[in-house]
Design a protein around this ligand. Structure first.
Ligand code: GDD
Ligand code: MG
Length: 349
């Protein structure tokens, strides 16, 4: 089975994690994020994946290669300019030729949705397209999907305004997981930017578009630091079905008297100094945490140094190679960009 995964976005909301590494391959626990998606798809019979990229994917290619290690053929298609979510699919068609029925996915979701069940429903209804749906409390950042009792889509509202939510008692959103017949490609104009959410789904309402509700599944768009952290904790706690992960990398050094909590990822070569405390935090490869420093609810990118007694908490994201001098207090979602040198005691919240 063939799948097209869209990975053309810049991942701006995840900066500075994505300042040096593209979103698809930033490390999540112990592997490039996209590997979770590929492992999950492989488990549902996908063996041929086209990555639709918005810019030259050198770093993605370096991290994922040709997919052989995962039992998948991985191909890369690079758009000449951003074509939008449907335009990207159209452009991939010209490059590779898609099978009669294929999967299409947004490349930023951590999920264990049962795609096999979605495919079965797609066949049973004779759909042209079947959208995987998950329930959420707040649909405002997503595509809200209304279905009738036969699972046919009755309405698709991308990023709905509050006034559009009146009278709806349960919100199902598009999970960014689609089963599509090849005929959908005929609806997409070539050579221009086309949004699948704003142009193609609305056009297909009443013409073979169905929704497949995945109620018990795990699903998370990892596109913000808060959700990246939540996704990490959910993997560590086993809330999402993934292959086994390692939360401590090779060559980690933890000094006597340091405290490392359970919801912590320590990458390769991380050093934790005496009396330091780390809890609910992601500390990536080669980071040094000096004596007495405290890290909670934060992300520290590769090669950064957290100075003596410094405190990093409250959703802070510390970029690659940053040096946080002794005694700084970084909180309230602060983002420190790569290679910044913060002198001792320069920031306190
Ligand atoms: N190749 C390519 N070209 N990829 C793109 C482009 C493009 O022009 N634009 C966006 N993408 C990729 C992004 O990298 C991402 O993986 C995916 O398409 C979706 O784009 P986002 O920018 O993350 O969209 P969103 O999260 O606001 O909304 C989408 O996802 C929701 C679920 O997370 C929509 O599909 C919603 O309907 C859906 O509910
Ligand atoms: Mg997204």
């Amino acid at each position: 089975m063939q799948a097209v995964i869209l990975v053309g976005g810049e991942g701006t909301r995840l900066r500075p994690l994505t300042s040096r590494q593209p979103k698809p391959v930033i490390t999540l626990v112990d592997r490039p994020f996209l590997v979770y998606m590929l492992e999950w798809l492989r488990g549902h019979g996908v063996d041929d994946v086209i990555l639709s990229c918005g810019f030259e994917p050198t770093k993605v290619r370096a991290a994922l290669g040709d997919g052989e290690a995962l039992g998948i053929t991985l191909r890369y298609v690079v758009e000449p300019e951003p074509r939008g979510t449907a335009g990207a699919l159209k452009y991939a068609e010209e490059q590779v030729g898609l099978d009669e029925r294929f999967l299409m996915l947004n490349g930023d979701v951590l999920t264990d949705v049962d795609v096999t069940a979605q495919l079965a429903q797609h066949e049973a209804t004779g759909a042209v397209g079947t959208l995987g749906l998950v329930p959420v409390d707040d649909p405002s950042a997503y595509g809200l999907v209304l279905c009738d009792e036969t699972h046919a889509v009755a309405g698709f509202l991308e990023k709905p305004a509050p006034s559009q939510l009146e009278g709806i008692d349960r919100y199902y959103i598009s999970a960014g997981i689609y089963v599509l017949e090849r005929s959908v490609l005929q609806l997409i104009d070539a050579d221009r930017n086309v949004s699948i959410e704003r142009e193609i789904w609305p056009a297909l309402v009443g013409h073979g578009l169905y929704g497949s509700q995945a109620d018990g599944a795990y699903w998370m768009d990892i596109g913000t630091p808060e959700r990246y952290l939540q996704g990490t904790f959910d993997i560590l706690e086993g809330n999402v079905r993934t292959a086994a992960v390692q939360r401590l990398g090779a060559d980690v050094t933890i000094a006597a008297g340091a405290q490392v909590g359970s919801l912590v990822v320590l990458g390769k070569g991380v050093t934790i100094g005496e009396g330091a405390r780390v809890e609910r935090a992601v500390v990536l490869d080669g980071v040094t945490v000096e004596a007495g420093a405290e890290l909670t609810d934060c992300i520290v990118a590769p090669g950064a140094t957290i100075g003596e007694g410094a405190i990093v908490r409250g959703g802070a994201v510390i970029g690659e190679g940053v040096r946080v001098g002794a005694g700084n207090v970084l909180a309230a979602g602060i983002k420190v960009f790569p290679d910044t040198d913060l002198p001792p005691g320069s920031i306190k919240f």
